[in-house]
Design a protein around this ligand. Structure first.
Ligand SMILES: *Cc1c(COP(=O)(O)O)cnc(C)c1O
Length: 452
């Protein structure tokens, strides 16, 4: 079978909350001023209480509200494909399956959480949301979701991507969102950088600071984050839960589950249901892929750090290369983040998953192989996961092993064609984080407590 399809009636009805199964509990976020754990009410100025409750929920299964189900059905369940052409090209005994999250209206996995976040905000009485976006996928996903639920939206978009990817901004505007390049002159957090350098490339960290400042200083406004947080990762588990059902119908179980990781949400989405199996004794390898230029999990220590550059968020227990880090302007904008989802970091520390880093050029080479075999053009972020798939398929060949590989195909690259153009015309470069720079960034974190 080329496509393994799930019928609408078989779509999972609840999200999976891995907090219920962790062998070691998640260390709490800390108040940077006191070093004490954050209480849920301290988050109430930026998030609605119903989502804060999800953030700290110990429940294993959280039922998906009917209205959210209805919206998710606009594109879900997503198809699982067997990558026969890629297998043949690589001449591998591995069986490769990819879960195509590029079939949603904005073209990535991100509306899986944008839809429920817009829904819970509307239920709570929020009228307007603010957010940041890297490559623009999150901004466009939330714009789509806010449009579906009648909310206003302002998006702070990392400038380097705003300039590289004008079509994302147009998508946001088609769905009614307002998008400005960050650092902008609209907030104190942005002006600081903007006035030094109006062409400052920006970073997700700076854009987060701007969006939070806007939310806390505006009426009936909340902030929405597209990754990193516990409830976001939980909303994404629909990917892995569907994939489990799909593989079950053909009697397969993966030996390796692969996803790319920026803030960690699509990776958690496909992998956490399998991490659950692994906690309960099943053998499965789970690999998170990141850029060598932003090597959070492969080079960063497990520390408490700020989630944003302007030091406005609580301290989060995660792998970090320091909140002052401004990543190289690689095209995988969604992977340019200094930190990692605390839940992903936790399972990495506990040895339940592994992490690998890839250089920009090898990821585009992998993406091109995929497009020239399976046809679909992957997002530059997704290319990192594909580089790992190819590496694993080649290893299976060398070892003569029939491995089953499952990968989250997190989004399409149709709006990132300028990046492919740069690659094809030889204008792309690799960049790695110099050791001295990394050491300097990490040294700044020594003043914070260590998570245990
Ligand atoms: C945003 C994005 C990512 C990275 O974000 P995560 O939260 O780590 O999933 C990966 N792939 C695509 C296509 C994206 O849009």
């Amino acid at each position: 079978m080329k496509k393994i399809l799930l019928s609408e009636k078989d779509m999972p009805r609840a999200w999976y909350n891995i907090q219920a199964d962790l062998p070691n509990p998640l260390p709490p976020p800390l108040n940077p001023a006191t070093g004490e754990p954050i209480t849920p009410d301290m988050l109430a100025s930026i998030f609605p209480m119903n989502l804060i409750e999800q953030e700290v929920s110990p429940e294993r299964w959280v039922e998906i509200p009917e209205e959210v189900m209805e919206k998710l059905l606009m594109w879900r369940p997503t198809p699982l494909y067997r990558a026969y052409n890629l297998e043949r090209f690589l001449n591998t005994p591995a069986r490769i399956y990819f879960k195509n999250e590029g079939t949603s209206p904005p073209g990535s996995h991100k509306p899986n959480t944008a839809i429920p976040q817009a829904y819970y905000n509307r239920e709570f009485g929020t009228k307007r949301l603010t957010t940041e976006t890297g490559a623009g996928q999150w901004g466009s996903a939330l714009s789509f979701a806010c449009n579906q639920f009648g909310l206003e939206l302002k998006i702070y978009m990392v400038r380097v991507s705003y300039n590289q990817k004008p079509y994302r901004k147009i998508m946001m505007e088609v769905w009614g969102g307002k998008c400005v390049p960050s650092p902008s002159g609209d907030t104190n957090a942005g002006r600081k950088y903007y006035e030094q350098n109006p062409e400052h490339p920006g970073s997700l960290g700076i854009a987060i600071s701007e969006a939070i400042e806007d939310a806390v200083t505006s009426k009936d406004t909340k902030y929405s984050l597209g990754s990193v947080l516990n409830h976001v990762l939980m909303h994404q588990t629909i990917i892995g839960l569907e994939a489990q059902k799909q593989l079950e119908t053909i009697g397969e179980y993966p030996d390796i589950v692969i996803g790319c990781a920026g803030g960690g949400s699509n990776f958690a989405g496909i992998s956490f249901p399998f991490v659950r199996d692994k906690i309960h004794g099943r053998e499965v390898r789970i690999v998170a892929c990141e850029p060598a230029s932003c090597p959070t999990m492969t080079k960063g220590p497990y520390v408490y750090d700020f989630g944003d550059t302007a030091e406005t968020t609580p301290l989060l227990p995660m792998h970090s290369i320091g909140h002052a880090f401004v990543p190289a302007p690689i095209h995988a904008g969604g992977l340019r983040y200094h930190g990692m989802a605390p839940l992903v970091s936790r399972v990495l520390v506990d040895g339940l998953i592994e992490a690998r880093a890839y250089n920009q050029l090898e990821t585009f080479e992998a993406g091109l192989i995929f497009a020239r075999t399976e046809g679909f053009i992957p997002a530059p972020e997704t290319d990192h996961a594909i580089a790992c798939v190819i590496e694993e398929a080649k290893r299976a060949k060398e070892e003569g092993k029939e491995r089953v590989i499952l990968v989250n195909w997190s989004g399409h690259g149709i709006i990132d064609l300028a990046a492919y153009d740069a690659y094809l015309s030889g204008r792309l470069e690799d960049s790695t984080l110099p050791k001295e720079e990394l050491e300097r960034l990490i040294k700044n974190l020594e003043k914070f407590p260590r998570p245990r």
